[in-house]
Design a protein around this ligand. Sequence first.
Ligand code: ZN
Ligand code: ZN
Length: 592
Amino acid sequence: MQVTFWGTRGSIAKPGEPTARYGGNTSCIAMRTGSGTQLVIDCGTGAHGLGQALLAEGVKRGHLFISHAHWDHIQGMPFFAPLFVPGQEWDVYGPTGLGGSIRHTLAGQMESTYFPVSLEQLGATIRYHDLGEARFQIDDVTITTRYLNHPALTLAYKIEADGGGVVYACDHEPHSREAALGTAELTGQDALHAAFVAGADLLIHDTQYTAAEYPNKVNWGHSTYEYAMLVAREAGVGMLAFTHHDPLRSDDQIDALLESARESMLAAGSRIELYAASEGMTIPLASTDGAGAAAAPLVARPARDMTTVLQRALFGMTDPGLSALFFEAAAESGIDPLFVADAADARDLVRGEQVALAVVEHDPNRFDALAVARMIAKSSGGSRVPVLAVADREDPGGEEAGISEWLIRPFSSVYASAKMQAWVLRGKSRWKKAPLPDDESKRLSALYALELLDTPPEPRFDRITDLARRIFDVPVSLITLIDNDRQWLKSCVGIDPVESPREMSFCAHIVYDRKPMVVSDTFTDDRFAENPLVTGMPRVRFYAGAPLILGDGECVGSLCLIDTRPRHLDAGNMSVLEGLRDLVVAEIERDR
Ligand SMILES: [Zn+2]
Ligand SMILES: [Zn+2]
């Protein structure tokens, strides 16, 4: 297998005299195995030159892996010539963003405003494959992926073939600040990152910054030279190639950084070979005999076959209904479930297997989640495995015991799956369902007594929502009723009438709080940022609602406004909304 760099620059293409040697094109790497399997990783502007070279060589078949969809990693795709040529066959792989496939994401930059040829008009046969964390095979190549720490969902790729392995980890920010500065050992997620890299012959790593620059670049999503070297040493790789060079970094500066990196590696007693990746550089790996042989015919496998998962989670529960729900949620999230029936089994498993997450039923008589959380904290050696506790109500001792989040029953497998994915990928989930009100059964009786649920639309209600929509100039206004497990719409203007699960309902929060609620921008609100109604249709960005409280004191739903852009609602506006709400309540009460 051999690796050739076609683009090594981060963020934006930077041609010119100061970058002539290491190159000005953004990320693109070509790999070819001994038997001729052609792989391309990332499709920055370097892909233009690579495409021309592949056509000239007569390569007709290949696999293109996208780390993430930031411009500097995909901008060369509309200029990658093989995709335009009938008879060419390419498989494209990339991470699924929140709610969007890689195909959809790539099509975005080829819309007519930006580019004259659409994705559909490309001449080659192209298949798209959505990836999460997975391990799969393409002919003689084994590919393993792992999420990196970056503002966009980003995958690292481990490519193993011909007895050798290459890891491409770009763009990635250290999880720990000390590790970024190179002043601490790797722990937690940084240690897991190194464990993923372990054994590679060549590590190609993001080194956009130096430790000295990093304090001004926190949360920009990139690594330092110092961190990449820590990872390489911890992982025991043979070679480390620095890449994703900062656009402000001149060739002379890269020379100097490389020299001092080599000195510090030697001083640390390491024999890892260091390179600064440069355009046109080829690194041969062990056993490249036969490289350049005619490409063997390849058969791509459909995406669903690629879900051999890496993430294991421990499930400690005895309730069969709960086990069934989490079994389903684990399958939805691509998590390999390990069920245990008691705390002793849990301890053995945590010691023996690397688990990314634990979900534990909390019922002190059957399964004490707090005790399990303490045990996991002790046994997992500082890697901080998140523990989700499932219960009917929170136990005040949870925080001290190290419970990461309480999942209060009841909830659906969709909710459980969203929570687990969030914790496995990056910690804290940003979607919270509303708690149940204390008077829930009384509240439901009052709601059912109205006999309004599942009745046809009525002009007397629709007049009010239509008025609300026009007064506030929002696309959607609703009258919602919160049933046991669903939100039902008595009136809706601006949107198709659909009921949604109660755990997704914004109005359920109003029913719990019994107060008006304004969410000016859902993206910045931890209760709603990852709610499926925000990440998917109808893409709620703004919400304002007022509670429908009946004469007998029960809150049955809300009158609400929804917009797909962030908005502000001042106190005067709110009192208008409450006035309209009073009209809705009067209409409901009129029937009683
Ligand atoms: Zn980048
Ligand atoms: Zn990026």
